[in-house]
Structure formats: structure tokens, C-alpha cells
Design a binder for this molecule. Structure first.
Ligand code: SME
Length: 150
């Protein structure tokens, strides 16, 4: 799907501001972008990441990740996007699904503080580009006010 069309659609989902709107955004991303095999939101609480809404074939055993561990924990610690083109060659990687080949994690910030992140696993190697990073940063900004970590 075209990034601009997706941004417009996601804006509409969030304008309705329903309780389920973050889940709907996750579902939308997972079903409209072929390479986004599994999409989840982690929320930062007390130096840990807790899994929130997600969509994909399987649940992950990593529903709770300490800040600093794994690709997710690294992005939460630095506040910077992590793109891993081949998860098998990154020793920080916490394995969730046997089919995963690459991963992107984009922090969600409120007042410059990381309050959560968008985590996407792809079954395709090298699936994520700078464009995905820019696109997902905009989605992270839109999601920010809908994420509650207190
Ligand atoms: N692979 C992640 C863990 C979360 S699962 O991908 C859903 C990591 O290395 O932090």
C-alpha cells in the first residue's frame, strides 16, 4: 500500500478515538503491508516493555522485555529506530517466530520521552527501508496520545 494513503487512513481511524483504535491501526498495518508479517505495540512501564495490541499469525512469548534487552529493548534504551536486515546475524535478537527474517522497531515518544514502540517482524530478509522508518515515525507520532503508560 502507498504510505500516504495509509497515513490518511490511520488518521481517520485515530480521529474516532475509540478504545480499540490502537488495535485497529495495528491490524491495518499488518493487513495492508505485505512485508509486515507481525505488528505489535510495546508500552514502557517501570523500565520494562509490555506488549499491547498486536496482529499476526502467532502470539509471542516475549510479552514483557527489560529495557536494554533484545532489539526492542535497544530501541527503547536509545530512543532510536532499530532496523535489523537479518535477525540471524544479530546476537541481540530475541527470537519470537521461526519464520522471522528481519525486524524494525520504532520508538513512540511523548515530550521527547520514549513511552512505547512499534515492533514489526517480517518473514522476508531485508524487508525494511529508510522509507518504512520515516513512515512508521509518523505513525508513532499519531499513536503517541493514544498510548497510556501511567
Ligand atoms: N525480536 C524482538 C522481541 C519481540 S518479538 O519480535 C515480537 C527483540 O529482539 O527484541
Amino acid at each position: 500500500m502507498d504510505y500516504d494513503d495509509a497515513k490518511e487512513k490511520i488518521k481517520q481511524i485515530l480521529t474516532k478515538n475509540k478504545e480499540k483504535s490502537v488495535q485497529q491501526v495495528v491490524d491495518f498495518l499488518q493487513s495492508n503491508f505485505e512485508l509486515y508479517s507481525w505488528v505489535g505495540i510495546y508500552v514502557v512501564k517501570h523500565n520494562m516493555l509490555y506488549l499491547g495490541p498486536w496482529q499476526g499469525d502467532q502470539a509471542t512469548e516475549h510479552s514483557k522485555i527489560p529495557i536494554g534487552q533484545g532489539i526492542c529493548g535497544a530501541a527503547a534504551k536509545t530512543g532510536k529506530t532499530e532496523i535489523v536486515s537479518d535477525v540471524h546475524s544479530d546476537n541481540r535478537y530475541l527470537s519470537c517466530f521461526i519464520s522471522t527474517r528481519s525486524e524494525i522497531v520504532v520508538p513512540i515518544k511523548k515530550n521527547s520521552k520514549t513511552i512505547g514502540e512499534i515492533d514489526i517482524d517480517s518473514d522476508t530478509k531485508d524487508a525494511f527501508t529508510k522509507e518504512d522508518d520515516l513512515f512508521l515515525k509518523e505513525i508513532a507520532d499519531m499513536l503517541s496520545e493514544h498510548i497510556h503508560n501511567q
